[in-house]
Design a protein around this ligand. Sequence first.
Ligand code: ADP
Length: 252
Amino acid sequence: MQKTAIQVKDLQKSYKSLDVLKGVNFNVEQGSIFALLGSNGAGKTTLVKILTTLIKQDGGTAIVNGFDVALKPGNVRQVISLTGQFAAVDEMLTGQENLIMIARLRHLKNPRQLADALLTRFGLTEAAKRRASTYSGGMRRRLDLAMSLVGTPPILFLDEPTTGLDPEARIEVWKMVKELADSGITVFLTTQYLDEAEQLADHIAILHEGKIIASGTLTELKKLFPAAEVEYVEKQPTLEEIFLAIIGKKEK
Ligand code: ADP
């Protein structure tokens, strides 16, 4: 039986008179990859900030790994890791030193062994003793992912993990993310790339005008797409077509 890693109920958040989240509801199953899609300004980062205890909601509840983000933020912080476009990597340090530094900051035992195990897992052993400034974009993002896994948090938040990467590096990161989910880690992903959600996500939710307006597996979302509109092309709709159709419908 699947357990729920994240439960969001009627979540609301406004910035002064701007209502960004107007009653958001969804669940994320443990060990799954959940993609939150939305246009720029839809409120994706706001939602991630609430779930990672960086800001507080105005209403509703969010439970992460059994802990209420508003009531038990300290407990939530111990079971999550947040990484994104702006890597935490220190360019002056080697890959190995970056990992050891995080392990020390988290007061973990055997930081050196932890670092080496992660370097192996992320294919960075050969580059371990080189400064991160010499790494390619893909390697740096892999190191950043490795750093977010020091201390093995069960829930990983990835805010636009492949923005700015070339296609090859994106595929490398996708592979790592899939492996993380296979190992039982729950991945909450925000992305502006529809093909990324299509490639990675077990479950996709579309945030629009403060609410989740569509949610399901890719197959389920495809069923929402009116068949008549795709008949003339005689192919399955892409997620991009579904996204635009749903958003377009709501904006009419
Ligand atoms: P997304 O990540 O989907 O692009 P955001 O959550 O960053 O969306 O922003 C949602 C909306 O809230 C935007 O209109 C943005 O300008 C606004 N917003 C975000 N943070 C603040 C803030 N600290 N103060 C005022 N408005 C904000």
